[in-house]
Design a protein around this ligand. Structure first.
Ligand code: HEM
Length: 419
């Protein structure tokens, strides 16, 4: 009855027949994109709650008899609201889960070559999504304005200042002056709650529209199924009801896990860090920034030179060139590993020795630079850690390449034994 009322006005049936009958692959590795999406929705909902009570200002106010920045005081007061601390933790845990899901989603697409023609554009949009999500996490760091927030953000401030030629301009634009300036928190707040979410919503929409237009890739095993891909149709379960029910169950399960984590696992304890004070202690950023933080530790502190009028400092190398090069390599992948015909079946990573071993080696390199972020507690000299990073990465790459080559050569022979 209600459906019919809306259908007469909005032609819902046409929409149902066009979109809700689309096939979705049954392989669970296709669910990481959805986990990223649900985490983003959780971030928006919990963010609206936090935004109602947060004050984006560093004017001094009284909190339990002490004068502290208003942003810090409002974050402490949020923790004291009924369920306030749990909601703040859900927000932070969801950010971590979203980044972990995006990275796993990216790895799935990389290892199975789903970035190849015609999906190069969606790969590039995905990279913008990753950068924007990291940007959201970075701007969020400063908002509670604790000692941790200010220490972490000042590292980023010096990195932004070290960008060749335009560093001064970028840092003033981003930080609204010399950090910590009065305008930094309002500017970060605006970026965090308006600009970045708007770009994310637009880009996620585009990402999914392109996905609907191009359709998913399929596991190669589907080639043998009846009605296999003929350029127009793919094999899978329909979006409604099967896939929607799986997605809804996944969404509730994710919510359950994140609430459980937020209830029992403390995160960013601003009351322990306290408001900003002159003494700076060693504070590590969240895990997803650790490879950059660790790489910065590996660059000799006195390495500094000038090229074409641009001053290159350790911050330029570790904080600008390293992530910039990483981004460029990722963006170039679909254009280096290209095919002339559209590829709609994903490949088995075990049959791609070079690309898979490069991916494993690259992952190992990021693990080693993450470890370098703990150099102060590991008691290893930066030069030794740099040498270990190089040799471990190379060894993992070469060994995995040789093993995968051997595997795919044996696989081609089609040896089967019965025991
Ligand atoms: C906010 C972040 C992101 C969200 C919400 C998101 C969402 C999704 C969803 C729901 C799918 C369909 C399910 C799947 O194939 O796994 C998908 C597919 C895809 N995504 Fe993402 N994604 C994000 C980030 C990325 C990133 C970082 C990349 C790569 C750099 C990427 C590249 C792709 C590609 C190429 C496809 C098509 C894969 C295929 O057909 O096999 N996405 N995305």
């Amino acid at each position: 009855m209600i459906f019919q009322w809306f259908d007469e006005r909005l032609e819902l049936k046409k929409f149902k027949d066009k979109f809700l009958t689309k096939a979705f692959p049954t392989h669970p590795s296709f669910l990481f994109g959805e986990i990223a999406l649900f985490s983003f929705i959780t971030l928006v909902v919990t963010g609206i709650f936090l935004g109602l009570f947060y004050e984006p200002s560093i004017r001094e106010v009284s909190l339990f008899g002490a004068m502290v920045p208003a942003a810090y005081a409002s974050a402490v007061r949020i923790d004291l609201l009924p369920l306030g601390m749990v909601i703040r933790r859900i927000h932070h845990w969801s950010a971590m889960i979203m980044i972990a899901a995006i990275l796993t989603h990216l790895a799935r697409i990389y290892f199975t070559s789903a970035y190849r023609k015609p999906r190069e554009v969606n790969w590039l949009i995905g990279l913008v999504l990753l950068a924007m999500t990291m940007g959201a996490a970075f701007t969020g760091y400063l908002l509670p304005y604790s000692q941790f927030s200010v220490t972490a953000t000042s590292i980023a401030y010096y990195i932004s200042k070290s960008v060749p030629w335009v560093g001064g301009w970028i840092s003033r634009l981003l930080f609204a002056g010399e950090f910590p300036a009065d305008g930094t928190v309002p500017r970060f707040f605006f970026l965090h709650v308006m600009v970045i979410p708007a770009v994310l919503v637009a880009m996620i929409g585009l990402h999914l529209l392109i996905l609907v237009k191009q359709k998913h890739t399929e596991p190669a095993a589907n080639k043998k199924r009846k009605g296999a891909w003929d350029g127009r149709r793919l094999v899978g379960i329909p979006v409604w009801p099967e896939q929607s029910l799986i997605s809804l169950s996944l969404c509730f399960f994710l919510l359950f896990v994140v609430v459980l984590m937020a209830t029992y696992i403390p995160l960013n304890p601003i009351e322990t860090y306290g408001p900003p004070s002159p003494g700076t202690s060693v504070m590590r950023p969240d895990w997803y920034f650790l490879p950059i933080y660790g790489f910065l530790k590996l660059v000799p502190g006195d390495l500094s030179f000038t090229i074409a009028g641009a001053k290159i400092t350790p911050e330029t190398i570790g904080g600008v060139l390293f992530p910039g090069l990483l981004g460029l390599i990722l963006a170039a992948i679909p254009f280096l590993d290209r095919v002339s015909e559209p590829q709609n079946y994903i490949e088995n990573p075990l049959h791609r020795p070079l690309m898979t071993s490069l991916g494993i080696g690259g992952g190992m390199f990021l693990c080693m630079t993450t470890l370098a972020g703990y150099i102060d507690v590991l008691h290893i000299a930066p030069a030794s850690m740099a040498i270990y990073t190089f040799f471990v990465t190379m060894a993992v790459w070469v060994i995995s390449y040789l093993l995968l080559r051997l595997y795919s050569r044996e696989g081609k022979k089609g040896n089967h034994v019965k025991t």
